[in-house]
Design a binder for this molecule. Structure first.
Ligand code: MBD
Ligand code: FE
Length: 252
């Protein structure tokens, strides 16, 4: 293990040193960078910074060649132990939850299309204002988080609202660095899922809403074309949107 640590830290430091030399980094810039590191820690933003700017490369390296459905990054807003929902599998929400009511459904199968009964889908998302419960004070505890199970045919369904796009906090160190670099701080509207079943690799993924802004400019670089969904007016329920998505899991 210490060989691994030595290999990684030596390589990372060498690349930082090269960037300093190639860009003629000044003492002032070095001191400003140190202060920025301190502020990221004080603001509790290391998980945010890591998941926005680094995680996508780790995810692609770990899972880019796996069989089955595409995954993407976990991000900083997952909370374990969300309630397991019963029919009609509606994510917990405020009585007057803003946003377009939506149902999505599909199947969980193995990578050859055989249905998996009793698979678990752990679902979490921002509300229509881009707020995640448990992290932002304007969203009540447990809002828009829940787990659903597939039935005997591997079918699942989830009732929710379309999330809004999310912006990283503009007044924190990650947002200030993002603005200083002239980058967009936005993520396109997305729904997070971890799809799991005994004997299969858990699939950590996100579904991106096709009508959202920022699909081609995600600050977290986590959009993949296979993960874009197309909500359409439901044929059975007026005023409700609907989309389908099937998940294929890789065997352990
Ligand atoms: C998010 O909502 C998110 O999903 C990621 C990966 C990073 C920041 C905010
Ligand atoms: Fe997110």
């Amino acid at each position: 293990m210490s060989d691994r640590v030595d290999q990684l830290i030596s390589d990372i430091l060498r690349r930082i040193h090269e960037a300093i030399v190639e860009n003629d980094v000044t003492y002032e810039e070095y001191q400003a960078a140190k202060q920025w590191f301190i502020e990221v820690g004080e603001a509790g933003e290391w998980p945010l910074f890591g998941d926005v700017y680094i995680e996508h490369v780790v995810e692609e390296g770990a899972f880019g060649n796996r069989s089955g459905s595409k995954g993407t990054i976990l991000g900083p807003f997952y909370l374990p132990d969300a309630p397991v929902l019963d029919a009609p599998f509606e994510l917990p929400h405020r009585p007057d939850e803003p946003g377009d009511p939506t149902v999505f459904h599909g199947r969980v199968t193995d990578d050859e299309g055989t249905p998996i009964p009793g698979a678990n889908l752990d679902v979490w998302q921002a509300d229509a204002q881009g707020s995640y419960s448990g992290f932002m004070v304007d969203s009540p505890e447990g809002n828009l988080r829940g787990q659903v199970r597939t039935d005997a045919d591997g079918h699942y369904g989830v009732r929710t609202v379309i999330p809004g796009p999310y912006t990283i906090p503009l007044d924190g160190p990650t947002g200030k660095l993002t603005a200083a670099a002239g980058r967009s701080p936005w993520r396109p509207a997305h729904i997070h899922l971890i799809v799991s079943a005994d004997g299969f690799e858990p699939l950590v993924t996100q579904l991106f809403i096709d009508s959202s802004d920022y699909l081609d400019n995600d600050v977290a670089s986590a959009v993949k074309p296979e993960l874009i969904v197309h909500p359409r007016p439901s044929t059975s329920e007026p005023g409700v949107l609907e989309f389908e998505y099937d998940f294929a899991l890789a065997r352990e």
